[in-house]
Design a binder for this molecule. Structure first.
Ligand SMILES: Cc1cc2nc3c(=O)[nH]c(=O)nc-3n(C[C@H](O)[C@H](O)[C@H](O)COP(=O)(O)OP(=O)(O)OC[C@H]3O[C@@H](n4cnc5c(N)ncnc54)[C@H](O)[C@@H]3O)c2cc1C
Length: 439
């Protein structure tokens, strides 16, 4: 399904309750009441559709990109939260119940406790959910937060639908009530799919750790081999959710870009930087440890750029992982297109697979340029950050127009490089980008 159709489908789903309410033919109420109901209907619809914007559905994230999916998830969640939290205050209030203020034929607001309490529970929990999402870092383990986030969101959605169908003027309509419960069922199923059904399916395709080796300062290579199956079908630029030394159904899974290339064989290699509880214990993982893989995900692949005249890879730190996969596969395919890797690090000891990159650059179509922000004495490469000036020094005007630019690294670097590329005339459709954090 093309991205434009997905957007239309999304708009259709979130606007459907409003349209269904509008055609019910109720007598008009004061504008504030209509506004309050409209805001509540749209907010609840957005919340229910948020579950499939969690990034774990390839049909969505594979088309519009993982970063865009997660950004949309966050922005829409914030918009829906504001709408839902505000809607009780938008109603004209009890005075609209008073005779004379209520237009003839208009049903009054329903202040029945039966309809009100689920709304109050959903309203309070939604506020808590947003506070937890915004302030999660450093307070919860990421895996615990992710599970709590999903479960709390489902409770909010359930009580929200209960409130709408019991207290809402428009949602009392059987067709709209059915749509609400239908959307709630999809939301619940999507959580079940991500946390139970899919992991249980993964159990039938186990992997094991075949090697763990130190590549550079606080950076490791983890190699997984398939056990009793042929491995994964993926393309360079994809990433995988992996769990190591845990049960197949486990909250402990982390996303990592695949650094190996399909041409290398069935083993998967990952380049991983130490950061938190899992990544800091990589050195302790023993070969043979059972593992599970949920993949492929992501949109950093070159599928839609087969006609690009060249391939520019701009990596910051561990953002080199998907670039290694691209370079390995391009070489295996004997792809003749010119390619240039701009590889930014702080210090020289952070460079990963330096010897391999040098070997690949020898006599082939690849050129590698290192950019160090803290260069050693006598360094002759680029220094500082990847700026428009650095890019201009390495890419001819023609390349800026006709090449595809693949970016991966820390979010601040990515945004600066994307801006620089666009200021130099690179078309946004020729920029592929993946960041390793959605904070
Ligand atoms: C699409 C994608 C590809 C990635 N590829 C690589 C890679 O190739 N190499 C690499 O070193 N790192 C990569 N990362 C980052 C990597 O996932 C985190 O560094 C890792 O999960 C941290 O786990 P931890 O248990 O050590 O740290 P924790 O202490 O659990 O978390 C530290 C921070 O890491 C992030 N994080 C942790 N778990 C997750 C999760 N399940 N989903 C999203 N973010 C999480 C959060 O920002 C969290 O605050 C990638 C991230 C994403 C989203």
């Amino acid at each position: 399904m093309p991205a434009a159709l997905l957007v239309l489908f999304y708009l259709g789903l979130t606007c459907a309750p409003l349209v269904m309410a509008a055609v019910q033919g109720h007598a008009p109420r004061p504008l504030r009441d209509e506004l309050a109901s409209g805001v509540a209907l749209a907010g609840l619809a957005i919340i229910l559709v948020e579950f499939v914007l969690s990034g774990r559905f390839r049909v969505i994230s594979g088309r519009i990109g993982m970063d865009v999916t997660m950004r949309l998830h966050q922005l829409l969640a914030r918009a829906a939260t504001v709408m839902i939290l505000l809607h009780p205050y938008l109603y004209a209030g009890p005075q609209s119940l008073r005779a004379g203020l209520t237009p003839p034929g208009s049903a009054p607001l329903n202040f029945d406790w039966l309809g009100l309490w689920p709304g109050i529970v959903a309203w309070l929990l939604l506020g808590a959910l947003m506070v937890m999402a915004l302030g999660r870092n450093g307070v919860f383990r990421h895996e615990h937060w992710r599970a709590m986030h999903g479960i709390m969101a489902l409770i909010v959605a359930g009580f929200g639908v209960l409130h709408a169908t019991r207290a809402g003027r428009y949602s009392a309509d059987p067709a709209l009530a059915m749509l609400w419960w239908g959307l709630f069922a999809v939301a619940a199923f999507s959580l079940l799919w991500v946390y139970v059904i899919k992991p249980a399916m993964k159990a039938r395709r186990p992997w094991r750790v075949s090697a763990v080796s130190r590549l550079a300062d606080r950076t490791w290579e983890l190699c997984l081999s398939p056990v009793g199956h042929k491995g994964l079908r993926y393309r360079p630029g994809h990433f995988a959710w992996i769990s190591v030394g845990k049960l197949a159904v486990s909250l402990d899974e982390n996303p990592f870009s695949i650094a190996s290339a399909p041409a290398d064989g069935p083993d998967l290699r990952f380049v991983i930087k130490e950061l938190g509880d899992f990544t800091s214990r990589l050195g302790e993982i023993k070969p043979g440890t059972p593992s599970y893989v949920d993949a492929p995900f992501g949109s950093l692949t070159l599928d839609r750029h087969r006609d690009a005249a060249g391939v520019a890879l701009i990596a910051g730190g561990v953002g080199i992982a998907p670039m290694l996969s691209h370079l390995r596969q391009l070489d295996a395919d004997a792809d003749p297109r010119p390619r240039l890797l701009l590889y930014a690090n702080r210090t020289v000891d952070q460079i990963v697979c330096g010897a391999e990159l040098d070997a690949r650059a020898k006599g082939g179509p690849l050129q590698v340029t290192h950019v160090l922000s803290e260069p050693p004495e006598g360094w002759t490469g680029e220094t500082g950050f990847v700026t428009a000036e650095v890019i201009q020094r390495h890419f001819a005007q023609d390349a800026l127009r006709t090449w595809v630019f693949v970016l991966c690294g820390p979010p601040p670097m990515l945004h600066a490089v994307e801006k620089a590329l666009m200021s130099l005339g690179v078309a946004p459709k020729n920029i592929l980008l993946e960041q390793f954090s959605y904070d």
